[in-house]
Design a protein around this ligand. Sequence first.
Ligand code: HPA
Length: 270
Amino acid sequence: MLKQIKETVDFLAPKINQKPEVGIVLGSGLGGLVNEIEIEHEFHYSDIPHFPVSTVEGHSGKLIFGKLAGKNVVTMQGRFHYYEGYTLQQVTYPIRIMQQLGIKNLTLSNASGGVNPTYQIGDLMILDDHINLLPANPLTGLNLNDFGPRFPDMSEPYDKKLIDIASQVAKKNSFRCHVGVYAAVSGPCFETRAEYKYIRTIGADTVGMSTVPEVIVARHMSIPCFAMSIITDLGGMEEVQTVSHEEVLQVANEAEGRMTTIFKEVISKM
Ligand code: HPA
């Protein structure tokens, strides 16, 4: 893995003229933040040595370098998921690359299902903790000692200061926005009614199929993280509700502007 990381960095570093300070990972239907970036360089994942290639509709698959909110940023437009068949080491490979290129903070977005009964479709949630229900962890195997410790601390997976800034921005703009716990599952099925109920019972407010592997790897490298969810559907409520990928994308697109407002202000203060 170290040799591959070096080859990827050796490919990218000479082609970009600014060191990125902030890494951004954009989730399902949330690629529109890219329109706000002053783009300097972009690379299709398929052109980057050792990068996995994204396979899901709504994830276009580009690594974009540019300026946003006065910061040099590197953005993944489209992420990798466990349900696509990648290992979690592959899913999180781009986070290792971003760290090698110089990022000091990581910002992530996702679409998720609300299991907290007070949540509504279209609400936003700032993550302040997570539960990893994936059947794996990206740090299994030989530890990369140059990147971080064998047993990393996870007592503050999401940076408190950034959570406070984001909460204030949401309040100022009167956005419906919660602070809560995200459970990561493998997918690709959405949950059964019993599974949604279980996820609520163990202490989560939302459930989704991403973000947690990237945050684990970023925290392994002591990078502060900030993440937000758009609630695209509700699970485990009294009436039976169906959910489809199309609905998830549609709600995510509608809420994107609000999330972009928060992201930009948080990034400007990083
Ligand atoms: N479950 C899992 N992942 C999701 C959901 C959900 O209800 N909504 C969006 N991503």
